[in-house]
Each structure stands twice: as structure tokens, then as C-alpha cells.
Design a protein around this ligand. Structure first.
Ligand SMILES: [Zn+2]
Ligand SMILES: [Zn+2]
Length: 412
């Protein structure tokens, strides 16, 4: 998947066990093997690994899924031990990696990857492998960004949150399958919108500007038990949806109140005046062979069914950089897709790092602005492997992914 993730591996001397050995025969299921097989294939992404998220993802690991991705910019504080399921470790440990290590220890057969950074550092193209996103953060911007990514990718999102003072846990399950469905922004109240707007960091494409990740995360004031209930209920929704158990949980909010012990499930409505204007999931198309061996022109045609110079293309969220500035030599031609955060280019003349010139770096980039690069294989204009490409034509956005077979051997 995305090269921003670190693969997690830990030594575990715990005896190996089968993931199915404690899975019950669920009521109403003729074929329990099908449920455990479905769960065993899941690739789960966890955004926010704090009081609620860490519990959620440890439950996830015990389901023995195929892959787990953990994403969190935070680190353990001394107080974390009061609400997080931490049993050993040290203050300052990055939450995503720490969670990933625990998951890998619990489920050595699961592939585990961690990103110790904010979700808005990722473009949707880097999360195309996921089957679910599970979100548990107090950061409104991160919530919107995650909602946006999950909707673009057309994958379900399960969000867990708590309100400590009222002893309420809420679980929102978004199917993200149709344009008429709700997003998380649809449920924000006026105060939340005002708060986001005052932070001046809101944009439906906020993840593009990830460098300036706002320090808007609040401290969770809650009890460990309420956080754990939220995590448990979140996992229940995952189990039900992935295992096909009971009635559909799509586009609902499940609320538990500790003062009354009542649980209420209500539909989540789509708000017509939602600030996230575009609610359309991207159309997903798979392409045979390596994407990086195709030219941008061919990819636009594969996506839209016809060639269109006015279509735009986005590769891994990188900037197509026509030229960049060297402090010594002046402007230098680049003509490549560049990830400025990870992989800034060096001057071809003196080797010093180049600086981005906003006017000469485009993301997404018009096919016609690519010039000769439009007809050359992508691999000539990209250093990192390309797993997916986003093409936007008039009226629709298409996510091109490599067919599964071609993805083998390009693990990044
Ligand atoms: Zn919305
Ligand atoms: Zn130079």
C-alpha cells in the first residue's frame, strides 16, 4: 500500500492458534465458515488510536483479519494509562506504531502497517486496498477528512465517539455506497462548523494541505469503561456488517447511554445543505497490467472510455512539477510527479534540494498540461510505484486500480 506506512513486525513466542477456534456459530447463519472466511479477508484501517481507537483495533486484531493499518499523529502521555488499554510501554511512544505492534503480537498472521502521522497526509489513492475505515478521534478535521476519503473510495466507515459527561457512546456506520447517502459532515451541528471554520483549516480536500495539521485535538475526558463500550459497539457493527449478521447497520447511529443503559439506533440522514458538497463515491475500475507502464493519455481513456485533454489526472496525491527553484541555479526543469513531503527532487546541476514553485506544480494536473509526458509511460515520470490513479472527467471521477494479480510483487 502507500509507501508512507511502515510495516510492523514483532517477535512473538505465544503459541500459534487458529482464528476460528473461538468464533461461535452465529444465530441465523447456515455457514459459519463463510463468516470466518469473510472476516479473515478483511483489510481494516484504524484512524485514531487513543482511548477508544486502541481498544477498537485490538478487538479487530483478535478477529485475525488479513491486514491492519494504524494511523495516528499522537504519542502516549502519562495520563493515557487512565483510558487506553496500555499494559506496558513508555510515555512518548507513537500511538500508531504502538497499536500496530500490539496487533501484530496478537495476530502474527495479519499484515500490519503503521503511519505515525495525521490522516490528512494521505491521499485516497494510498488507501485503495482497505475494506473498512474505523475512526475514533476527537479531531473534527480528521473526522471530515476520513469521511471524505472513505466516501471517495466507496468503503464503509465506522466512527466511534464518547461524551464522558453524559456517559454516551455513539457509533456511526456510513455505507458510502451511493451519492444520496450521508457523510459525517451531514451530522455536524452549527457549533462544530463554526469551530472548524474558526480554525480556518476546513476544506473538503483538507488532506491536501496536511503539512499544516492543526493542533485541534482535544483531551478525552471519559472513563476507561465508556471508551471500551464505544470500542466494543464499534466492533459489533463491523462484525455484523462484514459477517452479514442481523439487519443492516448502514447509515445509522447507535447510541448507548450509561445513565439509562438504553441503546437507540436511528437513521443518519443526508443533509442537503451539507458543507461537503460532493457526496459521490468515485467509480472504481481495475486495469490489467501495471499502471505505471501506461501513459497518462491511455489511463484517461481507460477511465472515461474516450480521450479527453481536459480531464485531470492525479497520481498518489503527488504534484506534477514542471519546474522548481534552486537557490543557486534558479529555476530548473523537473517534469515529474513529485511527493514534496517524502521525496523532494534535487537540482540536476548542483545537487541542492529544489523548492516548489506553486505556479509550476499541479495536483491534479490537466492531461493537456502534461505535454509530452501525456504520451510516455508513467514510470518515466514517477520514482515510486503507482498502485492507483484518479482521473476526473466532466461530471465523474474514476479511481483506476491495478488488477489484483498485477499488484503482486509491487508491495510498497
Ligand atoms: Zn454530508
Ligand atoms: Zn542548483
Amino acid at each position: 500500500m502507500g509507501s508512507q506506512f511502515t510495516s510492523i513486525d514483532v517477535e512473538s513466542d505465544w503459541p500459534r492458534v487458529s482464528g476460528e477456534s473461538r468464533l461461535p456459530y452465529f444465530v441465523g447463519q447456515d455457514d459459519s465458515a463463510a463468516v470466518s472466511a469473510a472476516i479473515g479477508q478483511l483489510r481494516l484501517g484504524y484512524v485514531g488510536l487513543g482511548s477508544v481507537g486502541l481498544s477498537t483495533c485490538l478487538h479487530g486484531a483478535r478477529l485475525r483479519p488479513r491486514a491492519i493499518y494504524t494511523i495516528d499523529p499522537g504519542r502516549w502521555k502519562a495520563e493515557s494509562v487512565l483510558t487506553h488499554p496500555i499494559y506496558s510501554g513508555r510515555v512518548g511512544e507513537p500511538k500508531a506504531t504502538a497499536a500496530g505492534r500490539l496487533c501484530k503480537w496478537i495476530s502474527p498472521t495479519t499484515e500490519v502497517f503503521a503511519l505515525d502521522g495525521p490522516i490528512d497526509r494521505l491521499a485516497a489513492e494510498e488507501l485503495t486496498d482497505l475494506d473498512y475505515l474505523l475512526l475514533a478521534t476527537d479531531n473534527l478535521q480528521a473526522e471530515l477528512t476520513t469521511s471524505e476519503l472513505s466516501r471517495q473510495l466507496g468503503i464503509p466507515l465506522i466512527q466511534a465517539s464518547v461524551d464522558g459527561a453524559t456517559l454516551v457512546a455513539q457509533i456511526r456506520t456510513l455505507a458510502n455506497s451511493v451519492e444520496s447517502g450521508p457523510c459525517l459532515g451531514c451530522g455536524f451541528n452549527r457549533a462544530e462548523w463554526d469551530y472548524l471554520n474558526s480554525g480556518a483549516k476546513f476544506s473538503c480536500e483538507g488532506y491536501y494541505e496536511g503539512e499544516q495539521h492543526a493542533a485541534t485535538a482535544m483531551v478525552t475526558r471519559s472513563t476507561s469503561s465508556l471508551c471500551s463500550i464505544a470500542a466494543d459497539l464499534s466492533n459489533m457493527q463491523l462484525l455484523r456488517r462484514a459477517g452479514g449478521l442481523g439487519k443492516s447497520v448502514d447509515d445509522t447511529v447507535l447510541e448507548y447511554c450509561g445513565f439509562t443503559h438504553k441503546t437507540v439506533v436511528s437513521p443518519l440522514p443526508r443533509r442537503e445543505d451539507c458543507v461537503c458538497v460532493d457526496h459521490r463515491p468515485w467509480r472504481r475500475r481495475s486495469v490489467a497490467g501495471r499502471l505505471s507502464h501506461r501513459s497518462p493519455g491511455e489511463l484517461v481513456e481507460a477511465a472515461l472510455g474516450f480521450s479527453d485533454d481536459l480531464a485531470t489526472i492525479r497520481v498518489r496525491g503527488d504534484w506534477f512539477t514542471e519546474r522548481a527553484a534552486c537557490s543557486t541555479c534558479g529555476p530548473r526543469p523537473v517534469r515529474r510527479f513529485v511527493n514534496w513531503r517524502q521525496d523532494p527532487p534535487a537540482c540536476d546541476n548542483c545537487g541542492r534540494p529544489l523548492a516548489r514553485e506553486p505556479f509550476f506544480a499541479h495536483r491534479p494536473v490537466l492531461l493537456e498540461a502534461l505535454g509530452q509526458c501525456a504520451e510516455r509511460p508513467l514510470v518515466e515520470a514517477c520514482d515510486l510505484p503507482v498502485r492507483s490513479v484518479v482521473v476526473q472527467g466532466r461530471g465523474e471521477t474514476v479511481l483506476l486500480v491495478q488488477e489484483a494479480e498485477a499488484q503482486q510483487g509491487t508491495a510498497t
